[in-house]
Design a protein around this ligand. Structure first.
Ligand SMILES: [Zn+2]
Length: 475
């Protein structure tokens, strides 16, 4: 036996509850869970490493179901601006200055931040995602659902009016699909990597190419992960291209895209009827509440979707919007925004939010047989969180246990102590076991300074609201 965590509070996420075991132990052998249950029924003597789990809660590693860590270098670069400006005016001039090395440096930053805060599975959504897999995820030992962005629009859309249709570049789309196909072949033997298709959004891809992507995904028994109904910018494009009555969901439905193999991220531009239709079709959704709150001033419909019986997970999306990759913080945000939007403090309670961040997120990805709960035979992706940390203490067990609400509403990723992926310790006692994060931070900061400086003149020319705010001394 490799590792045992003993005398800990377990949240196993088994069945349809949290599977709370107050004095529990868990054992890991060869990357898999070999025992999980009461401590008194388990003898840790055979374990090479024994972790004292007292004053810690042990739960499945968190699943960040949608993120673009390559953008982390642009953190702080685009927020507090109108939605229509966000991508092309506020972010565009800086994003256009980023090199592949800058994206790698940003991804390292985002992945280390997220790992240290308890995420063990990342849905990385990027163009040429294989580079991030090779340079970041595999060296750090994180589990990744490598999702290749496939779109047909030019990267630089500066100057394109809000009602001007994006031009489609068929060759670019074809290259994206080729890269996605190559992922499946390239990582088929790598246990930490799952390949996935990422047709970016309906406004950014032709129906022809979307058909080809779906056919390829069917052949490889893969899901298709798409940004769906993500606000006014997309809606205008869909109306211009498909007619005034068209919506993203109506076009997807007409083309038979709504199915169990679709993962729909964001969805804040969907109607209640459309969501019901999606749930009926078996579509799963991912909500990124900080990102969508910051970019669109909207709340992703996680509460409505799950109350309809739909499967859903939570993602941090990208740093220019939400500003962080701490999934515990994101889980709290999901819950509090749902309550606020509904005017109902019972909406998205802590226990449900925690399941979205673990087993339900795994289910969204079709990985629920491997990860997302603590069960014998599953991959040993798990974390421990300090229940005596300032911010999550006190912890009582009578007349009920406060560990769950405190984990969701009070703790942040800073309270995470241990992070294991496939049984390998990535973080022990809040320190990386094999990575010097300081070097990563310093390099990322230097690169960000250059990117912002290089993009400064173009940014000024866009006339973004942020330019005026900066000139007034607010930034
Ligand atoms: Zn996204």
């Amino acid at each position: 036996m490799d590792t045992a965590i003993v005398d800990t509070t377990l949240l196993t996420m088994r069945d349809d509850r949290l599977g709370i075991v107050e004095e529990g132990s868990i054992a890991i052998d060869d990357g898999r869970i070999a025992y999980v249950g009461p401590a008194f029924e388990f003898d840790p003597a055979a374990a090479r490493t024994v972790i004292d789990g007292r004053e810690r809660v042990t739960l499945p590693g968190l699943v960040n179901a949608h993120t673009h860590t390559g953008q982390t270098l642009l953190r702080g670069g685009a927020q507090d601006v109108p939605e229509i400006e966000w991508m092309n005016e506020a972010l565009g001039p800086f994003a256009a200055r980023m090199t592949t090395e800058d994206r790698i440096a940003g991804a390292k930053l985002g992945v280390l931040e997220s790992l240290s805060a308890g995420t063990t599975t990342f849905v990385e959504y990027a163009s040429d995602v294989a580079t991030l897999v090779d340079e970041v995820y595999l060296p750090y030992g994180a589990r990744v659902v490598a999702t290749e962005t496939i779109n047909e629009v030019p990267d630089d859309r500066t100057g394109l009016g809000p009602r001007e249709l994006y031009p489609f570049d068929r060759e670019k789309g074809r290259e994206g699909l080729d890269r996605a196909n190559a992922l499946f072949d390239g990582y088929s033997e790598e246990p930490l990597v799952t390949a996935m298709y990422g047709p970016q959004a309906l406004d950014m891809i032709s129906l022809d190419l979307l058909d080809s992507v779906r056919a390829a995904a069917r052949d490889r028994d893969s899901k298709v992960h798409m940004h769906v109904a993500q606000g006014g910018r997309e809606r205008r494009q869909i109306e211009e291209r498909y007619g005034d009555d068209a919506t993203t969901v109506s076009v997807l439905a007409e083309h038979d895209v709504l199915s169990e193999s679709l993962i729909a991220t964001h969805c804040h531009g969907t109607t209640a009827d459309e969501r019901a239709r999606m749930v009926d079709a078996g579509v799963s959704m991912v909500g990124c509440p900080s990102s969508i709150g910051a970019i669109d001033g909207a709340v992703p419909p996680l509460h409505h979707y799950t109350s309809l019986g739909g499967t859903a997970g939570i993602g941090t999306d990208q740093a220019p919007g939400p500003g962080h990759h701490d999934l515990l913080r994101e889980t709290r945000t999901a819950s509090l925004l749902s309550k606020t939007e509904q005017g109902d403090p019972t909406a998205l309670p802590a226990w449900e939010a925690l399941r979205l961040a673990t087993i339900e997120g795994a289910r969204v990805l079709g990985l629920e047989d491997r990860i997302g709960s603590l069960a014998v035979g599953k991959r040993a992706d798990l974390i421990t969180v300090d229940t005596r940390a300032l911010g999550s203490v006190p912890t009582v067990t009578d007349p009920f246990r406060t560990v769950v609400p405190n984990l969701v509403y009070s703790a942040t990723g800073a309270a995470v102590r241990d992070v294991l992926v496939e049984g390998e310790p990535i973080v022990r006692d809040s320190e990386f076991t094999a990575t010097d994060s300081r070097t990563v931070v310093d390099e990322a900061n230097e690169r960000a300074i250059r990117v912002f400086r290089d993009g400064a003149d173009d940014w000024r020319e866009t006339g973004s609201e942020l330019v005026e705010r900066a000139d007034q001394g607010w930034l």
